[in-house]
Design a protein around this ligand. Sequence first.
Ligand SMILES: [Zn+2]
Length: 416
Amino acid sequence: MNDILTVSQFHDAIAGRRCQLLEFTSSIVSTPSLSGEEGDVAQLVIAELKRLDFDDVWTDEVGNIVGKINGGAGPAVMLNGHMDVVDPGPSDPWPHPPYSGAIVDGELWGRGSVDMKGPVAAMIYGAATYKQLRIQPRGDILMTVAVMEEIGGLGSQFLVQQLKKDGINPGLAIVGEPSNSQLRLGHRGRIELQVKFSGRSAHASAPHLGVNPHYAAAKFLNALDQLPLLNDSVLGPATIAPTLYETDQVSANVIPSEVTVFLDWRNVPQESPKHAVAELEAVLDNCLVDKPNCQTEVCVTSQERQTWTGVGREFASVFPAFATEPKSPLAVCAGEVISESTQKPASPSVWEFATDGGHIALAQIPVVGFGPGDDRLAHTNQERISVNELQQAAGTYAALIDRLAKAQIQARSASE
Ligand SMILES: [Zn+2]
């Protein structure tokens, strides 16, 4: 089976639209879109998908955007990115205002330029090459732009379930989070947990009248070191970190009746939220035997948020881990396309942070990761992306769409 086009033909097509790509990227970077407030940027994305002649463009209940390009009978390729950004913080330390979208010395500046409106724009333009050149992709292309990734991934979680309900089953997904234009094959998950210790409040001058929950919490925190954490061959070891600590009092002369410790558990795929809760309960059992008056409770935290479409949802603070086998045909093919396209080794590795790729992989859709931009600049006041890298990534996405679909077809027929 021949390639639809060579990598350099895809790059040539994108070069012809460089100005449009940069103009669109700048327009979405200069439009604020905190999680739950993505409406304005969603309208810009919808308009651009229509302008670029996507066959079908729709918004789902929670405000995710899907742009579809009709293809042949091959596997549908999902491209996934998110349109929300984290708060830029004070403007003063930014060399250029956070919502300027200014291009200075070959770099486009602003909140979301790297994480991840730049990569989203590159994916949209990469997919649109098929329309631009009037060639039919092997299978449908689904450009998905999700809401609320930065607060737990409610958008993509809903998206994959809804696509399934609608009878749309992507054969693979490319997650475009920034990767320095290298191949990423997964990341550890994130489970946010809270452990509550309840005692009995008392005047701090008479501690014997109360049950001070701080002591139980201290014992628990010290015992966390001994918790056996699993190690994954691709993702490395899981870690657990106590983060926030709250009490139910504001006065320093009152023994609290309750303290709550928040934990950030970066889990490997073998550790589910249920497993995490059970492990913590075992630690509590061991270290609190002599504290019969102190009650404890462990749970995964959840939050209730409203989407820009006005839908209220409660969701658990869980990002699943995922790991794509480095020797799988999909990963090998992605590595080849990326190194041919960027003229550098694909350097497969994993992301330090969690992404919507975990939610997508959990829905049984194989995932590879690739995105332009330095991921270390994400969430900082130095956030900016090289416009040449952005343009190059658009061509790489176009080639990945074709070659990965081809690799899936070949892997399927080989296993038959
Ligand atoms: Zn991101």
